[in-house]
Design a protein around this ligand. Structure first.
Ligand SMILES: NC(=O)C1=CN([C@@H]2O[C@H](COP(=O)(O)OP(=O)(O)OC[C@H]3O[C@@H](n4cnc5c(N)ncnc54)[C@H](OP(=O)(O)O)[C@@H]3O)[C@@H](O)[C@H]2O)C=CC1
Ligand SMILES: O=C(O)[C@@H]1CCC=N1
Length: 268
């Protein structure tokens, strides 16, 4: 791809996207520029990814055809005020922040800017991200395709109505955190039963990966896949019963409700 890509803010999420984009090889490293606040992060990014990481947000703004604002929501107002007169005329601004709307972005830039609102997740680093996105009406058909190419280069990309964007962190933006907790818990349980720690993580993570792949590749209802694991009178149904007694599904739904509430409020 011909476009230059910039990241203002290069923490956990930007590094995951950057890693995924570089792995997919859709742009040359010389076509990427990043910025971060501290010297420690700048050094880390340059070492890990061999791309430029500067303290100068204006330099990234002036360089980028596609500009990811990958700072935390509370930095958006300040950073947009800083860069708005330096961005390229046809730049595509990509927000990855929870709660920040397309209209809010355009109002802060104070002019007609092309904005893509996304909610990615950290598995982007290994090319297995899930990014939900919506756009304002200023992008051309060609630009929409370019956006899809970039977002699809580090995982799956799904276009959704903006009204659904605040619900996305709970299901895919934040959910890797709960899945990591689940893997950690599975591994702890394995260690409790005498399995060495290293093998326990491998077995737990592979079971989660395999189960996820079955859902995606067979299209079979997850309940039916669960039923197929539960031999009548067997061991699995004992585990399922114990999980339900402890409110497994209910606790996940409650966690997602809390996540959704907070996501909406982060936009201010
Ligand atoms: N983490 C995740 O899984 C996900 C995060 N997001 C969104 O991604 C965004 C970033 O979150 P996350 O990566 O977790 O946060 P981090 O704290 O890891 O990263 C924030 C980055 O912004 C940099 N930064 C802070 N202030 C400025 C500034 N004024 N100018 C330039 N750079 C600045 C920080 O620099 P330094 O490192 O030097 O302090 C850091 O590199 C948020 O909006 C969040 O909603 C979305 C989906 C998933
Ligand atoms: O915790 C957060 O606010 C961000 C949004 C989704 C994942 N991390």
């Amino acid at each position: 791809m011909e476009k230059t890509i910039g990241f203002i803010g290069c923490g956990n999420m930007a590094q995951a996207i950057l890693g995924g984009i570089l792995k997919a090889d859709i742009v040359d490293r010389s076509a990427v520029m990043t910025s971060a606040r501290t010297a420690a992060t700048r050094k880390e990014v340059e070492k890990k990814f061999q791309v430029e990481c500067t303290e100068d947000n204006l330099a990234v703004a002036g360089f980028s055809d596609v500009l990811f604002l990958s700072i935390k929501p509370d930095q958006y107002e300040k950073v947009i005020a800083e860069i708005k007169d330096e961005i390229k005329e046809d730049v595509i601004i990509v927000t990855i922040a929870a709660g920040i709307t397309l209209d809010w972005m355009e109002a802060r830039f104070g002019k007609a800017v092309k904005v893509v609102r996304t909610m990615p997740n950290t598995p982007s680093l290994v090319g297995e991200g899930m990014t939900a996105y919506c756009v304002n009406d200023r992008l051309t058909h060609k630009e929409l395709n370019e956006v899809y190419t970039i977002l699809g280069s580090f995982g799956k990309a799904e276009s959704v109505e903006e009204s659904l964007m605040d619900a996305i962190p709970a299901v895919s933006g934040s959910s890797p955190a709960y899945v990591f907790m689940f893997i950690e818990a599975l591994a702890d349980g394995a260690v409790l039963q005498g399995i060495p720690r290293k093998q326990a993580y491998k077995m737990a993570a592979q079971a989660v990966l395999g189960a996820a792949k079955m859902v995606l590749e067979t299209g079979t209802h997850p309940g039916e896949l669960k039923d197929a694991v539960c031999s009548p009178g067997g061991a699995t149904i004992e585990a399922v019963a114990a999980l339900e007694k402890n409110g497994f599904k209910g606790s996940i739904l409650a966690a997602m409700e809390a996540c959704g509430r907070k996501s909406t409020s982060l936009g201010g």
